[in-house]
Write a protein that binds this ligand. Structure first.
Ligand code: COA
Ligand code: AMP
Length: 630
């Protein structure tokens, strides 16, 4: 069937389409019904089924004869380690870990926070939770203690599983002090913490609270897979919104199983047994869906890569891993390719490796600029697919579904909507606009299986953030257009979210930190274009009158403060002091105009601006930081 036939078959009977896809899952009790309409824009998929994620991702492959196949390849150029874990070993390790967690009181429905670097034990911890029906929440290692504390207070975990350290090039990330600091800051206290001691750093355990990963598993009874309801939360993953309080995106068990399994062949074009590699981090949605769950549910081999695209040790790392482990489909962020391209524009490293195993490449996380795609196409000589998705959706809204049909590539477009997504471009009044016209991108409800049903403990926020603006639609927060062929173009966010090196960050959260500095009276953070990271945050500070601290000291203090409060991942390094911020007469800061000035893109004087002269000062300040070039 062609893409259009598949898409139309979904549109003609969505529930039948997903019931058909559900046959690939091993159910304890199969769903009798696909969709439950809970009213008020809320839906659930396969709610009456009984199923276990870990069984589908691990045990069933052993039972079906894949026990000896490698499930996880750990490749760490940072520690110079390589290790393979077969499905049978994975089953045994996960069953024991789950048994140990159970012995300490973790049961179905309990939350467990996982704060770990890119090591196989991070996946094992996720799977052990899934085995028990416990709800995990993985926190990215680049966040500071304060961010971890916010997540502890929201998820209220019974346990936290952490590693002693993470390893960034040239720097050890001391997880344990961050963890201890977060627990001190949080109001909620976990019953216990499990610490995986890495060779590179042995952390001190807190007596009575911390247990050693190995020690606490000694002699325990392995746990069986606990069947859970189809609408049981599989995990909570926090993502940036407009405020400093992150949104707890929930994924339901059955929808995730059905949807991710469907994508592995239809979008990523891999068959069970093939090696699939997503070079991301388990702390992000890409890591949840395509380092851990998707490939394992589908019986693929997945790669846990602890390294960077450049500098570990060079710009050939990606190609070495692909060639050495026979990767068939490779997924990364455009920023990673830009980093490689910058160091190796002519692809000298590409030529050093036999990449005949590689059949296709996928990019997501931020807009893929045409130069990067063209470079990758020329170097790798395989289809390079830009696909668009969000933490909320868990899998791609739009893609080029190579496993169904290779559609023509249009540079700058992540191609066409996937089955399950009826995408419309809407004007401010919620009316669809004509092809080629810009508008807010919205998806007709219900969203497909595997997407968020609501936010953790925040149903009203869910409705306010996603459902209320355009009744009957899910508001993506992205703006863009559709062309005459139905190809989508994702141009910008409609909120205060920016995208730095493929990481989603809230300028609002950074503003909250800046505003906390005693000398700062008012502030704004914008995302300016960056040739490597896509966007970079820049802060503008208005100081209290009579402030005696030198401007450069305030700037360096706020840079430090953001690193301490949000974490290094915010990449907040640039700020300047200005007298006033440009505002509309009603007091709204003109962030969009500031971004245009910074990027040197054409802009019009906003009709509602209070005092146009302020923009001259902003321009001068930006020029001082190397932006706003004429
Ligand atoms: N734990 C702790 N700190 C981390 C971290 C982690 N897991 N990941 C990143 N950081 C730190 C970095 O060390 C860096 O710190 P620094 O300010 O001391 O240098 C900071 O956070 C910013 O990180 P990032 O923006 O990712 O830059 P980088 O220097 O680590 O790498 C590139 C940037 C250019 C190599 C980038 O191309 C890249 O690969 N980014 C990751 C893309 C990605 O996987 N996105 C996920 C969505 S698919
Ligand atoms: P995250 O939730 O971190 O995955 O970030 C999701 C956001 O990243 C989207 O809402 C988009 O703004 C952006 N994004 C992700 N993939 C793409 C893409 N292929 N093209 C353009 N923007 C993208």
């Amino acid at each position: 069937m062609s893409y259009s036939e598949v898409y139309e078959s979904w549109k003609a009977n969505p529930e039948q389409f997903w019931m058909e896809a559900a046959k690939a899952i091993s159910w304890d009790s199969a769903p009798t019904k696909a969709l439950t309409d809970k009213g008020d824009g809320l839906y659930e998929w396969f709610a009456d089924a009984k199923v276990n994620t870990c069984y589908n991702a691990v045990d069933r492959h052993v039972e079906q004869g894949r026990g000896e196949q490698t499930a996880i390849i750990y490749d760490s150029p940072i520690t110079q380690t390589k290790r393979e874990i077969s499905y049978v070993e994975l089953r045994n390790r996960v069953a024991t870990l789950a048994g140990a967690l159970r012995a300490k009181g973790v049961e179905k429905g309990d939350r467990v926070i996982i704060y770990m670097p890119m090591i196989p034990e991070a996946l094992e911890a996720m799977l052990a939770c899934a085995r028990l029906g416990a709800v995990h929440s993985v926190v990215f290692g680049g966040f500071a203690a304060n961010e971890l504390a916010v997540r502890i207070d929201d998820a209220k975990p019974k346990a936290i599983i952490a590693a002693s350290c993470g390893l960034e090039p040239g720097r050890t990330v001391h997880y344990k002090p961050l963890l201890d600091g977060a627990i001190d800051l949080a109001n909620h206290k976990p019953d216990f913490c499990v610490i995986f001691q890495r060779e590179q750093e042995v952390a001190e355990l807190v007596p009575g609270r911390d247990v050693n990963w190995h020690g606490f598993q000694y002699g325990v009874e392995p746990a069986e897979c606990v069947p859970v309801e189809g609408n049981h939360p599989s995990y909570i993953l926090y993502t940036s919104g407009t405020t400093g309080q992150p949104k707890g995106v929930i994924r339901h068990t059955a929808g995730q199983l059905v949807a991710l399994n469907w994508t592995m062949k239809n979008i990523y074009n891999v068959d069970p047994g093939d090696v699939f590699w997503a070079a991301s981090d388990v702390g992000w949605v890409v890591g949840h869906s395509y380092i851990c769950y998707g490939p394992l549910i589908h019986g693929n081999t997945t790669i846990v890569f602890e390294g960077k695209p450049v500098g570990t040790p060079d710009a050939g790392t990606f190609w070495r891993v692909i060639s050495e482990h026979k990767v068939k489909s490779f997924f990364t962020a455009p920023t990673a390719f830009r980093a490689v391209k910058r160091e190796d524009p002519k692809g000298e490293y590409v030529k050093k490796y036999d990449l005949s195993c590689l059949k296709q490449v996928y990019l997501a996380g931020e807009r893929a600029d045409p130069d990067t795609i063209t470079w990758a196409q020329e170097q790798l000589q395989v289809p390079v697919v830009d696909h668009w998705w969000q933490t909320e959706t868990g899998w791609s809204i739009a893609a080029n579904p190579l496993g169904i049909e290779e559609l023509p590539t249009k540079l700058g477009s992540p191609a066409v909507p996937m089955p399950g997504y009826d995408v419309e471009i809407l004007d401010e009044g919620g009316n669809p606009v004509a092809a080629g016209e810009l508008g807010a991108i919205a998806v007709k409800l219900p969203l497909p299986p595997g997407t968020l049903p609501t936010l953790w403990n925040a149903e009203e926020r869910f409705k306010k953030s996603y459902l209320n603006t355009f009744p009957g639609y899910y508001e993506t927060g992205d703006a863009g257009m559709k062309d005459e062929d139905g190809y989508l173009y994702i141009m910008a966010r409609t909120d205060d979210v920016i995208n730095v090196a493929g990481h989603r960050l809230s300028t609002g959260a950074m503003e909250e930190v800046l505003a906390g500095h005693p000398d700062v009276a008012e502030c704004a953070v914008i995302g300016v274009s960056d040739s490597l990271k896509g966007q970079m945050p820049v802060g503008f500070l208005c100081l209290n009158s009579g402030c005696e601290t030198a401007h450069e000291d305030v700037v360096s203090q706020v840079v430090k403060l953001v690193r301490e409060k949000i974490g290094p991942v915010a990449a907040f390094k640039l700020a300047c002091v200005v007298d006033r911020l440009p505002k509309t007469r009603s007091g709204k800061i003109l962030r969009g105009t500031m971004v245009n000035i910074a990027d040197g893109t054409p802009w019009k004087m906003p009709a509602t601006i209070d005092d146009p002269a302020i923009l001259d000062e902003i321009t001068t300040a930006l020029q001082g930081l190397g932006y706003a070039k004429q």
